[in-house]
Design a protein around this ligand. Structure first.
Ligand code: ADP
Ligand code: MG
Length: 571
């Protein structure tokens, strides 16, 4: 196969357009993205060689190398990592497989049409994480040469980011991937953004990628004359490549020595997010069973939080050696938004995903991680300097967290403690259960809730009348998961959860007296017969103050929304 010209997938084309005409003020981040990809590729080849002894891969000197050519105005990021086959290049670089791409593009279009700010666009892009494509913020042409470890003959990929790319055989390509950016003319004029200047590159690496554990080497200049302002002597001698990152695992350094910026950059590397983390969580255990964990809560939910294919779990290391991404065994599904690293010291290096699920150490670590995340949420919630962080967290991830009320019985109470729910108390702000309990008037002895599709519908429901009249606060639960957990969770602090639409609700009113009852007997009898196919019974009740009638479910019945859900699933 020789040169082929291939069209980018439609979504990829649109994202590239955004990159080319970007938008993002800190263009430096393209370097971080490329280095991050190289680092991942080195992790992968190391692991592949470890797991497959027959793999013909060279892992003797794994590293990243950077080189710049001011005369040609290029910068190159190369690694001798896992590399890609021709097909992988087409699949991974020519298309975007991420779920949520369609939604992202639709939101971007809306933002534009509504005259949204550049910042809003940039935020959306950042949330999505454009990775490799960020090269096109600074380059008008990108050339990538790659060879998959263990295979012969590589490929060269090239594109100007407009519409299509070419793939050509590259028979002599070394193992791994090398990406060369042909920089746009405008960026070289401003020294700070001249990415063909080795000094600029070095500074960016220090800032964004210092913690990368693989050596990042800066190759000697291809055009020595062009180091601006440095003495000529230094560039005249053939310089040895120099390692420019300190390579220290962040989680192994004393907490007091790591800056917020360093944590943020590390977070970006592990999460592929472009923003800062909302919260950083560290924990460690020493002794016979040693591990360290560095976890992050993101600021914003990813597009695919509620898709089945959304990756979950943290990275697993064993004594500083990367073992796997997305280690599901360490994080329960309802905490799938938690990012970070666990470094366990006493695991075997060739542990498989299947074995991990059963490993006792892993289970213990997982238990502690869950407790620590929940206790962190609790301190965010009760933070005296303000609950903005918690509020952000809840808006973004509350819906996922509530799944834990069903799946993690052991921590049910700890989860309830950090939940918030919309309620009739304050339309603008959801309430915690603790606050609900504190507001409960004398005589109320249950936590009342209503489930349904929208706040408005619930507020106007006739079921609400008696509660409003009594001054009892009602939780207004409108997420689908609410329908389910309310049946699984009996109580909070000894107060039962009671639906206002089901069964007999004892509001402490007087019984309907015999005379009144008699007066309605004929009517009730008639209604019961007429509606025999629709309802089980017609009763006189205290529930209503203004409305004439309302439908009430039996205590064990499905709620209307659940009924709809089950029907939709064909049950
Ligand atoms: P992400 O890193 O978030 O997956 P990117 O756009 O940065 O997204 O990269 C897309 C994919 O291309 C990567 O997941 C990886 O499979 C592949 N890739 C990119 N750079 C390299 C590289 N240097 N070596 C091997 N594969 C790479
Ligand atoms: Mg990437």
């Amino acid at each position: 196969m020789s040169t082929e010209t291939i069209e980018f997938q439609a979504e990829a084309r649109q994202l590239l357009q955004l990159m080319i005409h970007s938008i993002y003020s800190s263009k430096d981040v393209f370097l971080r993205e490329l280095i991050s990809n190289s680092s991942d590729a080195l992790d992968k080849v190391r692991m592949a060689a470890y797991q497959d002894k027959d793999l013909v891969a060279d892992t003797s000197d794994l590293h990243i190398s950077l080189s710049t050519d001011p005369a040609a105005r290029t910068v190159t990021v190369a690694d001798n990592g896992i590399g890609m086959t021709r097909q992988e290049v087409v699949d991974l670089i020519g298309t975007i497989a991420k779920s949520g791409t369609g939604e992202l593009l639709a939101k971007l279009r809306q933002a534009r049409e509504a005259g949204g700010s550049e910042q809003a666009t940039a935020d959306l892009i950042g949330q999505f994480g454009v990775g490799f494509y960020s090269s096109f913020m600074v380059a008008d042409r990108v050339t990538m040469v790659t060879r998959k470890a263990g295979t012969e003959g590589g490929v060269q990929w090239e594109s100007a980011g407009e519409g299509s790319y070419t793939v050509t055989d590259a028979p002599d390509a070394p193992q791994g991937t090398s990406v060369t950016l042909h920089l746009k003319p405008e960026d070289t004029e401003d020294a700070l953004h001249d990415y063909s200047n080795p000094r600029t590159v070095r500074e960016i690496v220090k800032r964004y990628s210092d913690f990368i554990t693989w050596p990042i080497r800066m190759a000697p200049l291809t055009t020595p004359a062009a180091i601006d302002g440095e003495d000529a002597d230094e560039s005249a001698a053939p310089a040895e490549p120099e390692v420019i990152n300190s390579r220290q695992a962040l989680w192994a350094r004393p907490q007091s020595e790591v800056s917020e910026e360093e944590y943020a950059e590390f977070y970006r590397h592990v999460s592929h997010d472009w923003q800062e983390p909302l919260e950083t969580i560290r924990l460690s255990a020493e002794g016979t069973f040693e591990y360290q964990a560095l976890l992050f809560l993101p600021r914003q939910a990813p597009m695919n939080l509620f898709y089945r294919d959304s990756a979950r779990g943290v990275q697993l290391y064993v004594k500083r050696v990367f073992i796997m991404d997305d280690c599901e065994a360490l994080i329960p599904e309802y905490l799938r938004f938690v990012k970070g690293v666990v470094d366990a010291h006493d695991l075997s290096l060739n542990i498989s995903r299947e074995i991990l699920q059963q490993d006792r150490q892993i289970q213990l670590i997982r238990k502690r991680l869950v407790k620590k995340v929940l206790s962190t949420l609790k301190s965010m919630m009760t933070d005296e300097s303000g609950t903005e962080k918690y509020d952000t967290f809840w808006t973004q991830f509350g819906r996922a967290l509530k799944e834990g009320l069903l799946s993690d019985r052991d921590n049910q109470n700890a989860i309830l403690e950090v939940c918030s729910f919309p309620s009739t108390h304050d339309a603008a702000k959801p309430t915690t259960l603790q606050a609900y309990l504190e507001r409960m008037p004398e005589g109320q002895d249950a936590i009342y809730y209503a489930t349904g599709e929208s706040r408005a519908a619930l507020e106007h429901s006739p079921h609400m009348e008696a509660f409003r009249a009594k001054g009892y606060e009602v939780l207004l639960l409108t997420d689908q998961v609410d329908e389910v957990w309310v049946d699984a969770v009996p109580a909070f602090e000894d107060k039962q959860f009671v639906s206002i639409t089901r069964g007999e609700v004892d509001l402490g009113g007087e019984d309907v007296d015999a005379d009144t009852q008699q007066g309605y007997d004929a009517l009730l009898g008639r209604l019961t017969t007429d509606l025999a196919d629709e309802v089980k019974a017609v009763r006189l009740s205290h529930r209503l103050t203004d409305s004439a009638v309302c439908l009430v479910g039996e205590a064990g019945d499905l709620t209307p929304t659940l009924e709809k859900m089950y029907r939709a699933m064909g049950q």
